[in-house]
Design a protein around this ligand. Sequence first.
Ligand code: ZN
Length: 438
Amino acid sequence: MSTYHARYALLPDGLARDVTFELRGNAFASVTANTDPGGARRLPGIVLPGFANAHSHAFHRALRGRTHDHGGTFWTWRERMYAVAGRLDPDTYLALARATYAEMALAGVTSVAEFHYLHHAPDGRRYDDPNAMAEVLRMAAADAGIRLTLLDACYLRGGLDADGHRAPDATQRRFCDADVDAWAARVDALRESDGMRVGAAIHSVRAVPRESLAAVGSAAGNRPLHVHLSEQPAENEACAQYYGCTPTELLGDTGVLRRTLTAVHATHLLDGDIELLGAAHATACFCPTTERDLADGIGPARALRDAGVALSLGSDQHAVIDLLEEARALESHERLSSLRRGRLRPADLLDALTAHTSIGWPEAGRLAAGARADLVAVRLDTPRTAGIDPAQVVLAATASDVDTVLVDGDVVVDGGRHRLGDVGALLEAAIEPLWCES
Ligand SMILES: [Zn+2]
């Protein structure tokens, strides 16, 4: 049994003082407020539950700070994203994903949902193990010390316009399976392990035609099912022209809307879409730092929540890996779009930060006996956090203020250092070669 003590902690019923955490194996045996530290190891600042990063494309980390020249348009970004996607193989992907997940651990992430579509070799051929790239992600997360939900994305077509779906282009071939049955058979071969669970994803209604949506839904069963939904107006326009409905209505018509569904972005929704997602008790995953980087717009977070949709957060393309910043942006973007403050309370932001259930880890995300022993100690004595009310830490702290991170009882980050060592050096070694002209 190991024991930790913190001056402050955010427990399920709010801010508590002088909290002792007793760990047995990978779970909390007890969490008790108003205690003396005794012989417990002392943690600095305030302890929060581990964060869930509900939307990640690990390889996009290589794009940070590389897409703002030549006008910095969406097309600049996409051209670079395809360039990186075309250069990765299992070895280089392992190095990049391991370093990216280590950066997440430094930011307090204890579970990540990887929306995985980099399936095959660059020419579209299957690797000898058709899940070689997924196995790379399993290894990367294990090395970085965080849990992984592998959301294997069905990706069949290259895009959608008024005339229907386009064939995949040369870069997209490695994202695609031949048909939905080939996708489902490949996913069926994935095995769960201690630190990895398997879910499913529909890349988008642009990449999966109507006749295959229901098949993805039934293959997902009760597992998490995620979909990029209405990120940009162009998707809505193409869907309206070709199908005569919104992307959300299309998901509803094909039986995909459900409690285990997460709509990623959910930026450009009509009122009826919000009602449909609410009636299904689905989750909406906002990725505010990505949505502003890509000029997507601001989604209706408060309206979704009022309709009964749970909110989660993702760092998506990793222009920033700071889940505290994502949580803060959820509220600050609402302020900009509504011209009102206090749209989401600090406790609502903490719920979004810890939405592990939406990615298949319902036993994680709270500081309570029986829950997985994840915790994030955030310093309260840095230039950013000194003097704050600890109850409002989510509105002030950044990833740089994370001092200690435990995942399933293991110390992964200690004193702001990851157990793998210099994560900046790991990232540099993984990313620089991808941009060398050969
Ligand atoms: Zn995405």
